[in-house]
Ligand binder design. Structure first.
Ligand code: ADP
Length: 448
């Protein structure tokens, strides 16, 4: 097992990884930007190294500074968390070249899955159902040709895409021409890669994803699904498991399809296969080769510590259990709490004057915030994740309601009121929602 792990991240996920390491008797090294000298992940780690100025490109994305920090402190592994360098195959290669273990899958798997056109191809080869779609689009004429072939509406997506950026819908031939040009420009600006492709635009799908764990000895298990259909701008706002839309048989079937696909491609470490689900059918959209923000809800219903498993797998340990040993119990929901205006979604940086996190049975708060902490304006605005567990979905909802009420965050606006609004809506309570529900609901309440 590793003796010392460097955590190449900040905020709550850095703490999450630190906690898993501590419980395993592993020492931790935090890295931080100049703006994060007072951050909680720096305070808790055994050692800390400043890796550059505030801007992420100069610090948390600075590959050589991070590797130098690992070499200086003698860390034998690096956990990238999520965001930043977590899906950067070149970084994983560099880490391994320096004799340090990258806690994640092979760089080859990361490279394939990070290129959505290649990922679609790999998905098809490994037996996953995919959304009808195209290869990389060469030109406007090509886009028009594929639009006719797939049938409108369609969505043009960036092959290097992430964070919901670079996607454009088109309902007819005229629109597809503009959508192609716009998506290409957006992809180039956001990802320095203008390769785009086309998919059938599903109109009322749910976003359902399967959590995978696989070791380096060919053992693969799935940890069930997460329903992430509550979204804004194609980004997740609240997640739950189990999905209210799936029955036992559908859950087992898609889990097994995903598990077998990972077995086939020889994937290892944690990964998530994302699907859209419409009228009883699943369609692969992408795979994330890293830990995900919403992983705690899966931990809540399976009792498995996913970060601990990632570290064990990276060290070469076998899973030590098979699919039939995975037991699901109860229901869990996660609310992402951002330092943002809940109506305009404009991020609010500033000093936290009051902080009281809810607690009690079945309540988990993952956050790196403390009273007196100043939120720097340079990074993601998510400041906390509230994860609530209950024996049933209803019990979970009741508990979530009281936990949100109990949360006190002073000094900044937060999205807590939005989360309260979501969970009080009859459609949400009935589990009757798709990826468009939240935006539609917000537009309707604005009109009133
Ligand atoms: P990203 O990597 O940017 O998050 P994804 O491919 O995971 O992009 O898609 C993010 C979200 O965009 C999905 O959860 C869904 O809401 C929407 N989306 C993506 N592809 C489609 C599609 N073919 N039809 C309808 N919605 C889609």
């Amino acid at each position: 097992m590793f003796e010392k792990v460097l955590i190449a991240n900040r905020g709550e996920v850095a703490l999450r990884i630190h906690r898993a390491c501590k419980e395993m008797g592993i020492k931790t090294v935090a890295v931080h930007s100049e703006a994060d000298a007072d951050a909680m992940h720096v305070r808790l780690a055994d050692e800390a190294v400043c890796i550059g100025p505030a801007r992420s490109t100069d610090s948390y994305l600075n590959k050589s500074a991070i590797i130098s920090a690992a070499l200086i402190t003698g860390a034998d592994a690096i956990h990238p968390g999520f965001g930043f360098l977590s899906e950067n195959a070149d970084f994983a290669d560099m880490v391994e070249l320096h004799g340090i273990t990258f806690i994640g899958p092979s760089s080859e798997q990361m490279r394939t899955m990070g290129d959505k056109v290649a990922a679609r191809e790999a998905a098809i080869q490994s037996g996953l159902p995919v959304v009808p779609g195209s290869p990389a689009l060469e030109s406007v004429e090509d886009a028009v040709k594929w639009g006719a072939k797939i049938g409108y509406p369609v969505i043009i997506k960036a092959s290097a895409g992430g964070g919901g950026k670079g996607m454009k819908q088109a309902y007819n031939e005229e629109e597809v021409k503009t959508a192609f040009t716009m998506a290409k420009a957006e992809a180039k600006a956001a990802f320095s890669n203008d390769v785009v492709y086309m998919e059938k635009y599903l109109q009322k799908p749910r976003h359902i994803e399967i959590q995978i764990l696989a070791d380096k000895h060919g053992n693969v298990v799935h940890l069930g699904e997460r329903d992430c259909s509550i979204q804004r701008n194609h980004q997740k706002v609240l997640e739950e498991t189990h999905s209210p839309a799936l029955n036992e048989q559908q859950r087992e079937e898609i889990g097994e399809i995903a598990r077998k696909a990972m077995e086939k491609i020889g994937y290892y470490n944690a990964g998530t296969i994302e699907f859209l689900f419409e009228e009883g059918k699943f369609y692969f959209i992408e795979m994330n080769t890293r830990l995900q923000v919403e992983h705690p809800i899966t931990e809540a219903i399976t009792g498995i510590d996913i970060v601990r498993e990632q570290i064990r797998i990276a060290s070469g340990a076998a899973l030590g259990y098979t699919q039939k040993d995975i037991k699901f119990a109860g229901h869990a929901i996660e609310c992402r709490i951002n330092a943002e205006d809940p109506e305009t979604f404009i991020p609010c940086a500033g000093k936290i004057t009051d902080w009281h996190a809810p607690g009690g049975l079945g309540v988990r708060v993952d956050s790196a915030i403390y009273s007196g902490y100043s939120i720097p304006p340079y990074y993601d605005s998510m400041i906390a994740k509230l994860i609530v567990y209950g024996k049933t979905r209803n019990a979970c909802l009741m508990r979530l309601r009281r936990a949100l009420e109990e949360f006190v965050i002073g000094g900044t606006k937060t999205t807590i009121p939005l989360q309260q609004e979501i969970i009080s809506q009859p459609e949400f309570i009935d589990g009757n929602y798709n990826i468009h529900w939240l935006e539609k609901h917000m537009a309707e309440t604005k009109k009133k």
